[in-house]
Design a binder for this molecule. Sequence first.
Ligand code: TPP
Ligand code: MG
Length: 336
Amino acid sequence: MATAGRKTTAGGGNKRPDVETLLKYYREMLLIRRFEERAGQLYGMGLIGGFCHLYIGQEAVVTGVQAVLTEKDSVITSYRDHGHMLACGMEANGVMAELTGRRGGYSKGKGGSMHMFSREKRFFGGHGIVGAQVPLGTGLAFAHKYKEDGGISVTYTGDGAINQGQVYEAFNMASLWELPVLYIIENNQYAMGTAVARASANTQLCNRGASYDIPGEEVDGMDVLKVKEAAAKAVAHIRAGKGPYILEMKTYRYRGHSMSDPAKYRTKEEVNKMKAERDPIDHLRLSMLDLGEAEEQTFKDIDKEIKDIVSKSAEFSQSSPEPDPSELYTDILVDV
Ligand SMILES: Cc1ncc(C[n+]2csc(CCOP(=O)(O)OP(=O)(O)O)c2C)c(N)n1
Ligand SMILES: [Mg+2]
């Protein structure tokens, strides 16, 4: 384990959670990391078809936000969605089997990476059209308010998607009607091969709600405790009936945009520096070791436990049968 040059500050201000909670975050982030690594391998083996966008590097964002939600809240995101599903409590087996297009998948193998849902876990996709989930997520917030069910909508979007016109129509309505929606901008610094500064006239994305009186804050998205703290504050504002809130998470994706990415828009050094100095999983582990909150063995045991879950999901995703052709015309419309 190389510790030289790493930042091992505890993070998250004074209210550091107890050890059990910290280990829960560690476990959740590691599950996403290992799951995504395995999905990448299965893709390379030709077992996953279509597009596949990995979340590696961004794990602290969804883990920290999820930590302050309740089972009443709704989550919606883009196509970079496997981590969000796992964080919502969807089973690794069902997610992996959907990636391989099998019956045991969350959309019975008919949706694939970008089209998976779980009403039970209140995860509403998985959307391939850049920015489309923002008005949809705002609609979910409208439903929460209309039904007075006490839930909020957490709507994730990217730094590229934030320049879409539909985002601002949604912001206006969300603020006008004081909808319970938390917009999370996952600023991973690139939209495919385009760096934020090449596409955005103003790169302070947390201020994008200013014209609509939506408060916004920039957050270190590589530190799960800072994410959680910021999310708790934003969610308290929303649950108090004060309307929407924007959090811009400064994060980084380690892998290519999708599985085919020429990687010519950034240097290997840039990626390696982020991995070495800012990795969210290493950061939490090292801070816990530094503060004497856990020993190496604890992390080794968790590593094993996670490896096991992921291996089982990979096996399941290959043993589950493919959908029957008769399923082609089912599940297309849902009566609600
Ligand atoms: C409306 C629309 N335009 C273009 C695309 C092609 N496209 C897919 S992902 C993407 C980049 C989006 O980047 P960002 O919002 O930063 O999300 P990230 O991939 O970094 O998570 C583009 C342009 C699309 N899917 N939909
Ligand atoms: Mg991006």
